[in-house]
Each structure stands twice: as structure tokens, then as C-alpha cells.
Ligand binder design. Structure first.
Ligand SMILES: [Zn+2]
Length: 320
């Protein structure tokens, strides 16, 4: 697979998956993992702020190397890690749906983003500024849903060894979110190969990854993780649930882009281009068709209410 060729903007191809949510099986002893985590985190710490959601259980997951991720989004020839035990829903029941039930909209935000550049510091500055804006947009919604808000972490390292385990191959994954440590991983080399310096693509990708953090904070990720444990890995039910999860992150990205459109550093045109960028990702059993990937981002953008992102209740063709 020629990743570079297929990922370039303007080509007829499409990019590989936007993320795979780190389907990482335990591979090391706890001592090895801790050592590697320290090795990774010292030079590469971009942002490590974490709120109350990263509980003792979350730390324990890191130590034990427990997979706490939506494993069904693995590529077709990946080893699907669904067999790894979910950590269990920490908030099962009706409360996890409170975010969607609020029917609320994100507040209007004005993002102050620096120019996007191809070196590490420029990318870091751009992402941190977008995260700051994402937080302003999402914090009130999370709090209205009576869920604890937490800051997300950011790693830009190309190091395949992360605190969350080994990165999947670049041919399969461009960017990732790890629920166990509430960290967004944007390995610089693969992100630049996949997105070039297309600003809309970077805006959209980070908004999608942050959408997973919203799922984490809201309890949706826990619930889906627990539900995935009831399916055989790679089964149609397993894959469909994974798609509903991924497409919801696109919808959440659309909500954010709408909330920021026409203000500060994000014009209406910029926001709409970012929404349409979801059409550039590959058709995938784990993430949906290109049409559905774009449609859910558009739905969030156009309807501008959190309840529009109820992919769980959507008809099967809408999440195919
Ligand atoms: Zn995703």
C-alpha cells in the first residue's frame, strides 16, 4: 500500500483510517511498561493535564497494560483486540446517555489559532490552541450533562512505543485517542504524510480525536467498551458498534466546527471545508463508508445539537 500516494490531497485515493483507538494488548510486564512509559513521556510531554476522570483505575490500566479501547476499530487484517477485557462501565445505565439527552448546543467559541507549520513546534502550537478552543466549546456541555470534565493530553512523538502500548502501523492509523490515559496521539511523520499541511484536515482530525475524549468524559466510551465485550471480535455486531462509535466522533467534530465557524481563526469556509474533509478518509468496515463519515460530520454541523449525534439509534445503512 502506498500510503504517501494515497494520502496526498488531490489524489483519487483516500487516507487510511483516522484512528484505531490503540488496540493494544498487554505485551510487557508491568515493570517493562512503566519503564517504557517513562522513556516516552519525559522528552515528549506536550500536555499532560488530566482532570479527575483519570482515576486510579485508569492508572492501573496503564500499569497492567490493559486494553481499554474500542478494539473493534482495528483494520481488517489487524489482530482484533476485543478479547481484551473492558475495564467495565464505571457508570452503566441511564446516566451515560445524559450527554445526548440534553439536546444542548455548544456555545459559540472564537478560536485563536497560530499559522499551521510543518515543524514540530508549529504543529504543537496549532494543536494546543485548537484543544484550548475545543475545551471551551465542550466543557459547558459536559458539565451540563453532570459529567466531570478533564483536560486531554497530547503527544506528537513518532515513537511507536507509547504509554498506552504500541502504535498500530502507519498504513492503518494516522491519529489516535487512548481512553486509558486520556491522550491524543498525533505522530508527526504519519500525520504530515496523511494530511500534508492542509489546515482543514488538521482541524477535522483533532476535532474527531477530541470527540473520542468527549465520549470518554460522558461515559459513552465505557458503555460501548462493555457492550463490545458481548460480541465476538470481528463479528458484524462488533464492527457495527465500532462504526457507530467512530461516526459519533465525526458528528461531535461537526458540532465543534459549527460552534467555531465564522469567528476568530476559523471562517465559515474553513469550517465547512473541515467538515467535508471527512469524505477524504477511506471506506472502512470499522469507520464506515466515506459518505457516512462525511454525512455524520455534516449532521453535527447542520443540526448543531448534541442529540443529533445519536449514532446508537441510527438505522443500519446510516452507519454502514
Ligand atoms: Zn476515531
Amino acid at each position: 500500500m502506498n500510503v504517501e500516494g494515497e494520502s496526498r490531497r488531490g489524489s483519487e485515493g483516500s487516507r487510511p483510517l483516522i484512528d484505531d483507538d490503540l488496540p493494544l494488548a498487554p505485551r510487557q510486564s508491568s515493570g517493562d511498561l512503566a519503564q517504557q512509559a517513562a522513556h516516552v513521556s519525559e522528552p515528549e510531554t506536550e500536555r499532560t493535564g488530566r482532570g479527575p476522570v483519570l482515576s486510579v483505575a485508569g492508572v492501573l490500566a496503564l500499569v497492567l497494560g490493559v486494553v481499554f479501547l474500542i478494539s473493534s476499530v482495528a483494520g481488517p487484517d489487524d489482530t482484533n483486540a476485543s478479547a481484551a477485557a473492558p475495564m467495565g462501565a464505571k457508570d452503566p445505565g441511564s446516566r451515560v446517555d445524559r450527554l445526548l439527552a440534553t439536546g444542548t448546543s455548544l456555545p459559540r467559541v472564537s478560536c485563536d489559532l497560530p499559522e499551521l507549520g510543518g515543524d514540530r513546534e508549529a504543529l504543537r502550537a496549532f494543536y494546543l490552541a485548537e484543544i484550548e478552543c475545543l475545551e471551551r466549546a465542550w466543557r459547558p456541555v459536559i458539565e451540563e450533562a453532570d459529567r466531570p470534565f478533564s483536560e486531554v493530553g497530547l503527544r506528537l512523538s513518532d515513537d511507536p512505543v507509547t504509554e498506552c502500548g504500541l502504535l498500530p502501523p502507519s498504513t492503518k492509523v494516522t491519529a489516535l485517542y487512548c481512553g486509558a490515559n486520556e491522550m491524543i496521539y498525533l505522530p508527526i511523520t504519519r500525520v504530515l504524510e496523511g494530511l500534508d499541511l492542509n489546515r482543514s484536515a488538521h482541524l477535522a482530525t483533532l476535532a474527531h480525536e477530541y470527540g473520542h475524549h468527549v465520549q470518554r468524559m460522558s461515559g459513552i466510551m465505557d458503555r460501548v467498551n462493555a457492550e463490545l465485550g458481548t460480541f465476538e471480535a470481528g463479528s458484524s455486531g462488533d464492527l457495527e458498534l465500532g462504526r457507530r462509535f467512530e461516526l459519533q466522533a465525526n458528528c461531535f467534530a461537526g458540532l465543534f466546527l459549527e460552534s467555531a465557524a465564522g469567528r476568530g481563526s476559523i471562517s465559515d469556509t474553513d469550517a465547512k471545508a473541515a467538515v467535508e474533509d471527512f469524505h477524504n478518509w477511506a471506506d472502512s468496515q470499522t469507520h464506515g463508508t466515506r459518505e457516512n463519515q462525511a454525512d455524520w460530520a455534516r449532521k453535527g454541523f447542520e443540526e448543531a445539537t448534541v442529540s443529533a449525534c445519536d449514532t446508537r439509534s441510527a438505522a443500519a445503512p446510516e452507519v454502514g
